[in-house]
Design a protein around this ligand. Structure first.
Ligand code: NAD
Ligand code: 13P
Length: 366
């Protein structure tokens, strides 16, 4: 049969790594065209050059993934319509806040039979209620959309350190197998699970837990507190997901997208009475939240994001706000003290230390 053409919509830190992973596979697999198109939100670098030109010249995304060759078959394209028009498989991987606009621009521009996958952690909250990004893509474009989530710090996968990921699919196992084939490498092990909502909610809600974990780090609370906060966070992840979608499976939380993605422990090593702290690699939400707490909440997240991430985007702060909206709207605030507290700290209504003032707020969840 004919070969599938793959386009990656997005070219940030994870988008670039996704293109690299996929491009290494399309070269090897006969069922795919070698070339992988990558849509770039065009910008002019400090040197005056266009990012797209530099990527195509050097084969590197010098701004969002410096030092890593993407593969010669990755072609950067600043024209969104052109990048998607012939694609049979679309990989969406931009910060979630841009997806509504991107979807609007794509209406009527993609093949009717195109298959999509979202690597995006986040949700939109509308009048009718929360809408997951894969659902936004499905509904706006009238296409099927799977998801891929996991404990996947992009910079580590870029240097080919082993990790796992979970593909969530709706009902077509063959399509899931296609995505697994397209992403799997010896250092990237992908498992399909028939639970789109569960997988996507895991990836999305984990970013709120990562913010909470960062607060604990910034307060120097230590390992036990961190573990407690992550356990409580995981429990709220499961409870929230199941309240929103009764189809969500418990097993999903034991996949890479669930429990593994919340395990970003900062290393604390004890030498006698002294604690030596290693700055954790990766995990931008955790890292910026740590800085926020160290500053006693006096510098805003926007400020810290701009300074620490140089154009990369945090998802956890806006996700906490979006989830808070859902919680207050549905009268669930008291059921989710951790999620609610993270938002209240982010907006300055509570101090960072509120993250561990827990005993009086224990929720009555099973
Ligand atoms: P990023 O954080 O590097 O964001 C920068 C990207 O956003 C750049 O490509 C930039 O051009 C683009 N951008 C800026 N303004 C824009 C606009 N107005 N319209 C469209 N694009 C714009 O992006 P990322 O790391 O690739 O993250 C994308 C998604 O992947 C997020 O949902 C994130 O949670 C998820 N994710 C990231 C990682 C990671 O380690 N980076 C891992 C797993 C999942
Ligand atoms: P950050 O966006 O916090 O860096 O997390 C990346 C991620 O989702 C890893 O799985």
């Amino acid at each position: 049969g004919s070969k599938s053409k793959v386009t990656v919509v997005g070219s940030g830190n994870w988008g670039s790594v996704a293109a690299k992973l996929i491009a290494s596979n399309t070269l090897k697999l006969n069922s795919f065209h070698d070339e992988v198109r990558m849509w770039v939100f065009e910008e002019t670098l400090q040197t005056g050059e266009k990012l797209t030109d530099v990527i195509n010249k050097t084969n590197e995304n010098v701004k969002y993934l410096p030092g890593i060759k993407l593969g010669k078959n990755v072609i950067a394209d600043p024209d969104l319509d052109n990048a998607v028009k012939d694609a049979n498989m679309l990989v969406f991987v931009t910060p979630h806040q841009f997806m509504e606009g991107i979807c609007k621009r794509l209406v009527g521009k993609v093949r009717e039979d195109v298959e999509a996958i979202s690597l995006i952690k986040g949700m939109e909250v509308k009048m009718e209620g929360p809408c997951m990004i894969s659902n936004l893509i499905s509904e706006q474009l009238g296409i099927n959309c799977s998801v891929l989530m996991g404990a996947n710090i992009a910079n580590e996968i870029a240097v080919e350190k082993f990790s796992e990921a979970t593909v969530g699919y709706r009902d077509n196992r063959e399509i899931a197998e296609q995505w697994v084939k397209l992403f799997s490498t010896p250092y990237f092990m992908v498992t399909p699970v028939q639970d789109v909502e569960g997988v996507e909610l895991c990836g999305t809600l984990k970013n709120i837990v990562a913010i909470a974990a960062g607060f604990v780090d910034g307060l120097d609370m230590g390992n036990n507190t961190k573990a407690a906060i992550m356990r409580i966070g995981l429990r709220e992840m499961r409870a929230f997901s199941k309240l929103l979608f009764s189809s969500v499976r418990d097993g999903t939380f034991f996949e890479s997208c669930g429990v593994a993605d919340t395990f970003y422990l900062r290393k604390l090593i004890y030498f006698g009475s002294k604690t030596i702290t290693f700055v954790a690699v990766g995990g931008r939400n955790r890292k910026v939240a740590e800085a926020f707490a160290r500053n006693g909440g006096k510098r805003s997240f926007d400020d810290l994001e701009a300074e620490m991430l140089q154009g990369q985007k945090l998802q956890g702060v806006s996700t906490a706000r979006e989830v808070y909206e859902v919680l207050s709207h549905r009268g669930w605030l008291e059921l989710f003290p951790l999620f609610a507290t993270v938002h209240e700290i982010c907006v300055g209504r509570l101090p960072p230390s509120a993250i561990v003032e827990y005993s009086e707020k224990k929720p009555r969840l099973s």
